[in-house]
Design a protein around this ligand. Structure first.
Ligand code: IFM
Length: 460
C-alpha cells in the first residue's frame, strides 16, 4: 500500500540546498596554480567595482573548506550548488589539467558526499581565463571548443560523484552585461559583440553537454541555468514589449537549447545589428541537447512598455534590438538591490515554462534577496530575507500544484559574498560573513531554512 504525502509536503526527492559561485567566495586568487580570470582583471581595474573590491580573498572558502562543509551539514542542506573556477583547472584556459585545482574540487565533492549533501556543479559562473579573454573571450568561437575540453577534464575526474552538472550560469549576464552594457567583465560595450557572445555561449553549452555525457554517461544529470524574470507589459503594444525583452534575454538561449532554433523575432529584432553569420552549419544541432533539468534563477519581475513614436530611444545596452522598449519602475517592496519583490511572478514563470515545455523538469538554482543586515550580539535577525524565502518557496509549491515539475530549490546564497560590480556592499547570504575576521554566523533565515528542510512543509 503506498503512503500518500499530504499536498503541502515537499516530495522526498525534492532537493533543498544553497548556492554559491567560485569567484564570489573562494579567494586564494593566486594560489594553487590558478591563473587570472577576466573578473580578476576587471575588479582590479579602477572604477569597475564599487569601493575597489576584488575577489582576492572573498570568503576565504578555499582555505576554510572543511569548516564550511561542516556548516552546510549543520544546516541540514540536502544539496550544494557551487561553481568550478576554470582558471584553477586550466590556468590559461587550455592545456593539461592543474592537479592542485582538481584536488580542491575533489575534496569539496567528497566532503559533500561524506555529509550526505548532493553536489550540483556549475562549470562556468563568469570567471573566464584571462588568456582566453585576450583572444576575444566569448566573441571568439574557439572559446566554445576550449570550454568543451575543460568540461571533459572536469567530467573525467568528478563525473561519477556529481549529482547534477550545469554548464553555464546565466549566459545573458555573460553576453549582455559583459559585452553589451560593459558593467561586468570584460567590460565591453558593443551590441554586435554581445549577440556574438550569446551564440558562442550557446555553442559552448551544447559542446560541453556532449563532452560531459561522453565522460560521465548516465551517472549524472545535465542542466544549464538561465536567469529569468516574470515579464509584464504596460501601455500600447504591451505584448510586443514583453515579446522583445523576453526574446533577447531568455528565448535567445532557451529556444536553441530546447528546440534547436533561434527565434525568428529575435533574428528580425537584431537584423540591423548583425546578420548572424557567426552561426555555422550544424551549430544548432550541437546546442540542442536533451536536458535532465533546466535551472531557473529568479529574483524579480520586470515591467516593460513600448515607446511612442514621439519618444527617444531607450538606453538598453543589455538588450540589443530592444531600443524602443522602456523599463517601468513599479511601486512596492524592494530588496537592497532595488529589485521588486514578487513571489507570484515566480509561480507564473514556472507555470509558463511548464506550458511551453511540459516534459522539461525544472530546478530553482538561485533565489534570494540582499538586505542590509545588522549583526547584534552574535545574531542577525533578517526577517525580511526570511519572509522573502518563505514566500518564494510557497510560490514554488503553488506552481507544483499547478503542474510544474520542480525538482529542487537552491537558496542564493549560502554566504554573504562578492556581489560582482557591487563588491561586498550587498549581502545575499543566509549565513553572515564578517569579512575582517571571516567568522560565519547563520542568520535567522538560515535557522528557518534548516527547519523547513527538516519538516519539508511550510508552517501554516
Ligand atoms: O550574485 C549573483 C549570482 O552570481 C548570479 N545570480 C544573481 C546573483 C545576485 O545578483
Amino acid at each position: 500500500m503506498s503512503v500518500r504525502q499530504p499536498a503541502d509536503v515537499f516530495p522526498r526527492d525534492f532537493l533543498f540546498g544553497a548556492a554559491t559561485a567560485a569567484y564570489q567566495i573562494e579567494g586564494a586568487a593566486r594560489e594553487g596554480g590558478r591563473g587570472p580570470s577576466i573578473w580578476d582583471t576587471f575588479s582590479h581595474t579602477p572604477g569597475k567595482v564599487l569601493n575597489g573590491d576584488t575577489g582576492d580573498v572573498a570568503d576565504d572558502h578555499y582555505h576554510r573548506l572543511t569548516d564550511d562543509l561542516d556548516l552546510m551539514a549543520e544546516l541540514g542542506l540536502e544539496s550544494y550548488r557551487f561553481s568550478i573556477a576554470w582558471p584553477r583547472i586550466q590556468a590559461t584556459g587550455t592545456g593539461p589539467a592543474n592537479a592542485i585545482g582538481l584536488d580542491f574540487y575533489e575534496r569539496l565533492v567528497d566532503g559533500l558526499l561524506e555529509r550526505g549533501i548532493r553536489p550540483i556543479a556549475t562549470l562556468y559562473h563568469w570567471d573566464l581565463p584571462q588568456a582566453l579573454g585576450d583572444l576575444g573571450g566569448w566573441t571568439n568561437r574557439a572559446t566554445s571548443a576550449a570550454f568543451a575540453d575543460y568540461a571533459a577534464i572536469v567530467g573525467r575526474s568528478l563525473g561519477d560523484r556529481v549529482h547534477t552538472w550545469t554548464t553555464l550560469n546565466e549566459p545573458w549576464c555573460s553576453a549582455f552585461l559583459g559585452y553589451g552594457a560593459g558593467v561586468h567583465a570584460p567590460g565591453i560595450t558593443d551590441p554586435v559583440a554581445s549577440v556574438t557572445a550569446a551564440h558562442h555561449l550557446n555553442l559552448a553549452h551544447g559542446l560541453a553537454i556532449q563532452s560531459l555525457r561522453a565522460e560521465v554517461g548516465d551517472q549524472a544529470r545535465f542542466s544549464v541555468t538561465l536567469n529569468m524574470s516574470h515579464l509584464k507589459g504596460q501601455g500600447h503594444r504591451a505584448d510586443d514589449a514583453v515579446r522583445q525583452i523576453d526574446g533577447i534575454s531568455t528565448r535567445i538561449f532557451l529556444q536553441p537549447m530546447l528546440e534547436g532554433s533561434y527565434p525568428d523575432d529575435v533574428l528580425a529584432d537584431t537584423a540591423h545589428l548583425t546578420d548572424w553569420a557567426f552561426v555555422a552549419p550544424g551549430d544548432l544541432e550541437v546546442i540542442h541537447q536533451p536536458l535532465d533539468v533546466l535551472g531557473v534563477n529568479y529574483y524579480f519581475p520586470l515591467t516593460v512598455r513600448a515607446l511612442h513614436t514621439s519618444e527617444a530611444d531607450a538606453s538598453n545596452p543589455g538588450y540589443p534590438g530592444a531600443e524602443r522598449i522602456a523599463f517601468v519602475e513599479e511601486p512596492g517592496p524592494r530588496t537592497a538591490m532595488g529589485w521588486n519583490i514578487d513571489p507570484d511572478g515566480l509561480e507564473q514563470l514556472l507555470v509558463d515554462l511548464r506550458t511551453r515545455y511540459p516534459e522539461q523538469p525544472l530546478m530553482i538554482t538561485e533565489n534570494g534577496a540582499a538586505f542590509d543586515d545588522d549583526l547584534v550580539d552574535g545574531v542577525v535577525d533578517d526577517q525580511r530575507r526570511l519572509d522573502y524565502l518563505r514566500d518564494h518557496v510557497a510560490a514554488v509549491q503553488r506552481a507544483m500544484r499547478r503542474g510544474a515539475d520542480v525538482r529542487g530549490y537552491q537558496a542564493w546564497s549560502l554566504f554573504d559574498n562578492f556581489e560582482w560590480a557591487l563588491g561586498y556592499s550587498k549581502r545575499f547570504g543566509i549565513v553572515h560573513v564578517d569579512y575582517a575576521t571571516q567568522v560565519r554566523t547563520p542568520k535567522a533565515s538560515a535557522h528557518w531554512y534548516s527547519e523547513l528542510i527538516r519538516r519539508r512543509t511550510l508552517p501554516a
